[in-house]
Ligand binder design. Structure first.
Ligand code: DQA
Length: 145
């Protein structure tokens, strides 16, 4: 059995569906998890799907992924724009890292146009709502050894 794809979500994404639905859509994070599980299953992969509002917990999971995952999908949410520590953790990985966003941060406020995470990402998927996660899982499955 191959290692799982880790799918990590950062702060406030537990409120998906009620949080600024005009930007992030009406799907809940559980809906997104179901999409990811189905897409991964169709590709013969399994996922580990987690969300945290805490920077250190996300970093612990990235470190865990270094040993336990075949690829990592991460929506760092606000931490993408602020966290050098998360970037440093991602730089320790030698598996594919797919950054994903529900919205298209490049088309929003100036402070969202750059993410530290992009410096460690193999590729970025953004702007497709919940489908961004699915596309990111597909990319991860294709790149993973
Ligand atoms: C987000 C975009 C970020 O700028 C924002 O801070 C989020 C969500 C997205 O999925 O579109 O929390 O990562």
């Amino acid at each position: 059995m191959s290692k799982p794809i880790y799918v990590l979500s950062g702060p406030n994404l537990n409120l998906l569906g009620v949080r600024e639905p005009e930007i992030y859509g009406k799907e809940t994070l559980d809906d997104v998890r179901t999409r990811c599980e189905r897409r991964a299953g169709a590709l013969g992969r399994v996922i580990v799907f987690r969300q945290s509002n805490h920077e250190g917990e996300l970093i612990d999971w990235v470190q865990e992924a270094r040993l336990e995952a075949c690829a990592l999908v991460i929506n760092p949410a606000g931490y993408g724009h602020t966290s050098v520590a998360l970037l440093d953790a991602l730089k320790t990985l030698d598996i594919p890292v797919i950054e994903c966003h529900l919205s298209n941060p490049a088309a929003r406020e100036a402070f969202r146009r750059e993410t530290y995470v992009s410096l460690a990402a193999t590729g970025v998927v953004s702007g497709f709502g919940g489908a961004s996660y699915e596309l990111a899982v597909e990319a991860a499955a294709g790149l993973a050894r």
